[in-house]
Design a binder for this molecule. Structure first.
Ligand code: ADP
Ligand code: F6P
Length: 321
């Protein structure tokens, strides 16, 4: 049995490229002769029946926009079996036989629950964190990393003038990828991620040695999951006396126009999810591995952990002397 009427929602923390993914789902569905609906505010809208028809024009002029036109939410009620059942019942009530969930790890847990309740579900990795396994990259990660790199470029100018150290805290929840990729791309001296243990006294010693051989600044990028930037800065100053200034980039990392990489990724994945539903597939997470579109059982994805790329981590270490 194939699908005739599908819905799409965005959930959890938004990410740049979610709009491009919604556009791709809607336009691909219509191209293939399906009816398509948008659920407002993620699982909150599912529970509260905020489900609206979408047409080709409803997704016009959004490919370049950050945020999500469907809006998003963190919905506590959906964490309960009753909330999940109500969500599934509401989809059936509206005659919807397929759902595309665009979100992060938590949203995938929700999609997995719906799938177990018999809803044909496809997950698309929409999060800046890049913390979803079985895909090389998530929608929004490329843009977030670009924002961090741009910020570090600016910090580097002023840090060099003053011969200071800069501690930059980035997002990523339990995942160090934003810190790792942005740190490597911006030539940071130190990258602190939750996946790799570190010793701040060693960091301070290395920084002192670097200043002694002529470095005029030092950039430390810390993933939020690895600790707090202010306490790192205090500890460095205490250890080697070098003035360290703190920048917490916060939600700036989640806004702004998506890069072409995120738009293309979102477009490919959105169209792929629709085609998979039409082919009868369900209960899957869509991703890209080595450039190829893939699906993996969503149950497997939510029970697996994304590993840090050790090769890139070691490379960043080697090049930061
Ligand atoms: P993200 O999807 O960005 O990781 P969250 O972790 O906040 O964001 O998850 C988004 C929403 O997904 C939650 O508010 C909740 O409604 C739903 N969700 C999260 N975890 C579960 C779970 N274990 N079971 C069912 N729904 C979940
Ligand atoms: O999952 C995306 C993310 O931006 C994480 O990097 C961060 O820890 C969290 O969401 C912040 O959540 P909120 O928007 O609720 O402050």
């Amino acid at each position: 049995m194939t699908v005739k009427k599908i819905a799409v929602l965005t959930s959890g923390g938004d990410s740049q490229g979610m709009n491009a993914a919604v556009r791709a789902v809607v336009r691909s569905a219509i191209y293939h002769g399906l009816e398509v609906y948008g659920v407002q505010r993620g699982y909150y809208g599912l529970i509260n029946e905020d489900i609206r028809p979408m047409d080709l024009r409803s997704v016009g002029d959004i490919i370049q926009r950050g945020g999500t036109i469907l809006q998003t939410a963190r919905c506590k009620e959906f964490l309960t079996p009753e909330g999940q059942q109500l969500g599934a019942d509401n989809l059936r009530k509206h005659g919807i036989d397929g759902l595309v969930v665009i979100g992060g790890e938590g949203s995938y847990q929700g999609a997995n629950k719906l799938s177990k309740l018999g809803i044909r579900t496809m997950g698309l990795p929409g999060t800046i964190d890049n913390d979803i396994p079985f895909t090389d990259v998530t929608i929004g990660f490329d843009t977030a990393v670009s924002i961090v790199v741009d910020a570090i470029n600016k910090l580097r100018d002023t840090m060099s003038s003053h011969e200071r150290s800069s501690v930059v805290e980035v997002m990523g929840r339990h995942c160090g990828d934003i810190a790792l990729y942005a740190g490597l791309a911006s030539g940071a001296e130190t990258i602190l991620v939750p996946e790799v243990p570190f010793d701040l006294d060693e960091v301070a010693k290395r920084m002192e040695a670097n200043f002694q051989v002529g470095k005029r600044h030092s950039i430390i990028v810390i993933a939020e999951g690895a600790g707090n930037a202010q306490s790192v800065a205090d500890r460095i100053k205490e250890s080697n006396g070098i003035d360290a200034r703190v920048t917490v980039l916060g939600h700036i990392q989640r806004g702004g126009t998506p890069t072409h990489n995120d738009r293309i990724l979102a477009s490919r994945l959105g169209d792929f999810a629709v085609r998979q539903l039409i082919s009868g597939d369900s209960g899957k997470a869509c991703g890209v591995i080595k450039g190829e579109l893939v699906t993996t059982d969503i149950d497997k994805v939510v029970h697996s952990k994304k590993e840090i790329n050790r090769e890139l981590y070691e490379l960043a270490l080697r090049l930061s002397q």
